[in-house]
Design a protein around this ligand. Structure first.
Ligand code: HEM
Length: 142
């Protein structure tokens, strides 16, 4: 299935993701999975023990990124995605582990099939960008 033209303009994606509540649920599920999934161990270790602030940051970031309110900027100021990851050793394995956690988290939401596919495809874009930046600066495992 290809990406649906029903998403990706104005706040269509934000709404399809369930607004602030839905995105908060998605991010909570994502970090719960990241905590447990064996292949995510390597990226879990990159995070602080307490994920509370990280959960809040990712949820707020995704609200704006999906065309909703800019909640990250409201609380934490401006963000450069490549900047906040550039000190990390993120290679293909780490990128794929992150995306796998997202895939599983998305599957647990009540999203339509076409939005689920669309969202994962969209998230793969910054995930790859993060990998490329990190590869230039650090030595990831792959
Ligand atoms: C490619 C795989 C990725 C890995 C392994 C990864 C890992 C991390 C880690 C370890 C942190 C720091 C958390 C902490 O300080 O406890 C972080 C922060 C963050 N990540 Fe990622 N990340 C990835 C991709 C992404 C993508 C694709 C997005 C957005 C679509 C994203 C959004 C964020 C945000 C918003 C923060 C908070 C930044 C801040 O501290 O201000 N990450 N990530």
């Amino acid at each position: 299935m290809t990406a649906s033209p029903r998403f990706g303009f104005q706040d269509t994606s934000f709404k399809a993701a369930g607004g602030v509540e839905g995105i908060t649920r998605l991010v909570d599920t994502f970090y719960d999975i990241l905590n447990e999934l064996p292949q995510a161990k390597i990226i879990r270790a990159m995070h602080a023990d307490d994920l509370q602030v990280t959960r809040d940051k990712l949820a707020r970031f995704l609200c704006g990124w999906l065309g909703g309110p800019r909640l990250f900027r409201e609380k934490y100021g401006t963000i450069s995605l490549t900047g906040v990851h550039s000190h990390l050793a993120i290679g293909e394995n780490e990128r794929d582990a992150w995306l796998e956690c997202m895939r599983l988290a998305i599957a647990k939401q009540d999203y339509s099939a076409d939005f689920s596919i669309y969202l994962l495809e969209q998230l793969a874009v910054p995930a790859e960008r993060v990998r490329v930046i990190c590869k230039r600066r650090n030595t990831p495992s792959a």
